[in-house]
Design a binder for this molecule. Structure first.
Ligand SMILES: NC(=O)c1ccc[n+]([C@@H]2O[C@H](COP(=O)([O-])OP(=O)(O)OC[C@H]3O[C@@H](n4cnc5c(N)ncnc54)[C@H](OP(=O)(O)O)[C@@H]3O)[C@@H](O)[C@H]2O)c1
Length: 402
């Protein structure tokens, strides 16, 4: 399915001209939606106009309607938006230097500002319009996606995305359930599959340790690894033990009762460690890996964006590369691999995840869903942490009432 998708999905990255997507004469298809951008120039959204705490959030009905700039893009009507700890960090300015550069690499935008900025990294909704080169999707397709942090987010009525970033939504899930999965799933997929080298055919009997397994990424990673036959050990607080067992963890270690490395050292060594906690864990975690066997430590907590925020893009990148190389080399001589994992938007990965969801191997864990008017409360909930599931905001009603 993925090769078919890649074949059909053209990637016109250098096509800089604007694409006409509405109006007559482009194709003979009857337009199914009455509210295209040809008749709407604004939409409702929650925005921030500066970085800060929750009081920078502002609801407006007058945000510019998203525009298809590249022929492989689509406009999605947002039915549900998922929130992540990253939204809280971005609200406070985390990653601003790198993300601003990514949004406008040549510094040609007249406004010279990322504001008004729309948060929200998960979306489940319906395609409203397709660019001319989009072949794999059609208008009215139900889709889900993880939105890259340099793009406008899903706390809005519409969002524009590349067709490479979206995927057909699992049929077995509602939009609210679907919006709980893409960002944590594509992050876990990128860390475990792309960086960690795991896949459904090489996981059987592998011993995996997830540090911080009760959060969004951990909960998804446990389910994916169990579906692939791995043995999964998890660290979390005691009150999350039943929760992580319910999603499949084989062995659970409480990190709140004392130094967590001590009970972990008593266990058989691991083939891979996924670290969602960072900080002090790097001091001891790599000694828990099987040496000289290709075992890997993959951490999602990296200093990359902090370095570029603090030192600027050039110096921050140099500092980051030096730190990465030093650590990788230091651990290589002990026979284990040290790696950094990053979120990577990927429609093809979501295609595979959809199949696992529809097969009943992965279930969404929604802790609470909020209405569009309750976005500040929803973000506050994420900020408090220790949630046992994702926080989702319902933006529009599903069905045909568009
Ligand atoms: N590099 C990237 O591109 C990228 C992308 C996404 C996420 N991340 C990072 O990945 C991490 C996980 O993300 P997430 O969305 O899963 O966050 P999350 O939902 O906030 O989950 C984090 C979990 O870690 C647990 N925890 C906190 N301190 C712990 C400790 N000392 N030992 C064990 N568990 C501990 C908490 O569990 P309890 O409630 O049980 O205490 C919490 O549920 C975050 O640090 C995030 O910044 C990085």
């Amino acid at each position: 399915m993925n090769s078919l998708r890649r074949f059909m999905q053209s990637r016109c990255l250098f096509h800089m001209s604007k694409v006409r997507t509405s109006g007559s004469g482009i194709n003979n298809q009857k337009r199914l939606f009455s509210k295209t951008r040809s008749c709407r120039t604004i939409m409702p959204a929650w925005v921030i106009d500066k970085y800060g705490s929750n009081d920078v959030l502002r609801f407006t009905k007058n945000v510019s309607f998203p525009v298809i700039d590249y022929p492989n893009e689509v406009i999605v009507k947002v039915f549900a938006a998922g929130l992540n700890p990253l939204d809280v960090s971005m609200r406070g300015g985390y990653g601003a230097a790198t993300l601003s550069m990514k949004r406008d690499p040549l510094n040609i935008k007249q406004s010279n500002s990322e504001f008004p900025l729309i948060l929200g990294r998960d979306v489940s909704g319906v395609i409203m319009e397709c660019g001319l080169d989009v072949k794999y999707f059609r208008e009215r397709d139900e889709v889900w996606a993880a939105i890259p942090p340099w793009k406008q987010g899903s706390l809005a009525e519409f969002v524009v995305l590349s067709a490479n970033e979206i995927s057909h939504k699992p049929k077995s899930l509602s939009h609210t359930e679907a919006a709980a999965i893409p960002y944590v799933a594509t992050t876990a997929w990128s860390a475990l599959v792309n960086t960690g080298g795991l896949n459904k055919d090489n996981c059987a009997k592998k011993r995996i340790l997830i540090l911080g397994g009760s959060g969004g990424v951990g909960t998804f990673a446990i389910q994916m690894l169990k579906a692939w036959g791995a043995h999964v050990t998890v660290t979390c607080s005691q009150n999350a033990e039943q929760f992580v067992r319910d999603v499949g963890a084989d062995h659970v270690v409480d990190y709140t009762v004392g130094p967590v490395e001590e009970p972990l050292r008593a266990l058989e060594k691991f083939d891979l460690i996924l670290d969602n906690v960072g900080g002090d864990t790097e001091r001891w975690a790599l000694t828990l890996l099987k040496p000289w066997s290709g075992a890997k430590y993959v951490t999602l907590v990296t200093p990359f964006l902090q370095n570029t925020d603090r030192l600027g893009i050039a110096d921050g990148m140099v500092q980051t590369a030096a730190t990465m190389a030093t650590k990788a080399l230091k651990h290589l001589v002990s026979g284990v691999h040290y790696r950094w994992g990053f979120f990577a938007p990927s429609g093809p990965a979501l295609d595979e995840i959809r199949e696992m969801v529809d097969a009943g191997q992965i279930r969404p864990v929604v802790e609470e869903s909020f209405s569009f008017s309750q976005v500040p409360q929803a973000l506050e909930k994420v900020e408090k942490g220790h949630a046992r599931g994702k926080t989702v905001v319902q933006i529009s009603k599903g069905g045909d009432g568009l």
